[in-house]
Design a protein around this ligand. Sequence first.
Ligand SMILES: Nc1ncnc2c1ncn2[C@@H]1O[C@H](COP(=O)(O)OP(=O)(O)OP(=O)(O)O)[C@@H](O)[C@H]1O
Ligand SMILES: [Mg+2]
Length: 203
Amino acid sequence: MMWVDKYRPTSEDNYVFPIGSAGDTLRKMLVRKNPSHLLLHGEPGTGKTSYVSVFCHAHNVDPFDQFTYTGGEISTVDDIRKKILETVTTSTYSWDGFRVIHLEEFEHISKVGSNALRSIIERAKDTVFILSVNNLDRVDKAIRSRCTTVEVKLATQDFAQLIRTILKEENVEIDKAYLNSLVSNNPNDLRFIINTLEEKYGD
Ligand SMILES: Nc1ncnc2c1ncn2[C@@H]1O[C@H](COP(=O)(O)OP(=O)(O)OP(=O)(O)O)[C@@H](O)[C@H]1O
Ligand SMILES: [Mg+2]
């Protein structure tokens, strides 16, 4: 298994929260009884998809109540009807919880898809939508206004510990200067950093 999968956070204990108020908001959403819909934006490899797992874990969302689609998969009204509408109009698996619908690469949704989704987000019961995108500008304003928007951006000092843990776990001794240059040249992309380390030191 690749290191990025092996060390994908499963709970908040090994999740590196983004800097500033973004981190506070994401922490709060893990304990709120009725979390709002979320729009996560930020560079690749910063933990948007990982947050969805952490969120589902924190809220005990049944695996049968977790759905993921990419923007490209829900671009026609028919896709939206079959994949999203039918889902949100059936009961959740757990009687007192909610389902989570993660829409990844949301920037790839079509205008038609985005319009169809608007009203569904508003009417959906017992459903938390989490949208993730690299570029916020590509998201329709009407969709944005229905979500709490959070920028996912990491600080080096916050994930240094995670890197050390991974290297220790893998029994890797690493040149400090090399690690520092790797981290400072790719300050935001934890996926890239972990992959590069695995390429160099993994077996
Ligand atoms: N904030 C984080 N905390 C812990 N691990 C992280 C974090 N961000 C990234 N990682 C590591 O990098 C891998 C990729 O992260 P993830 O898939 O969450 O990125 P992403 O923001 O969804 O990227 P993309 O924009 O490409 O979808 C994870 O499996 C994990 O190993
Ligand atoms: Mg992702």
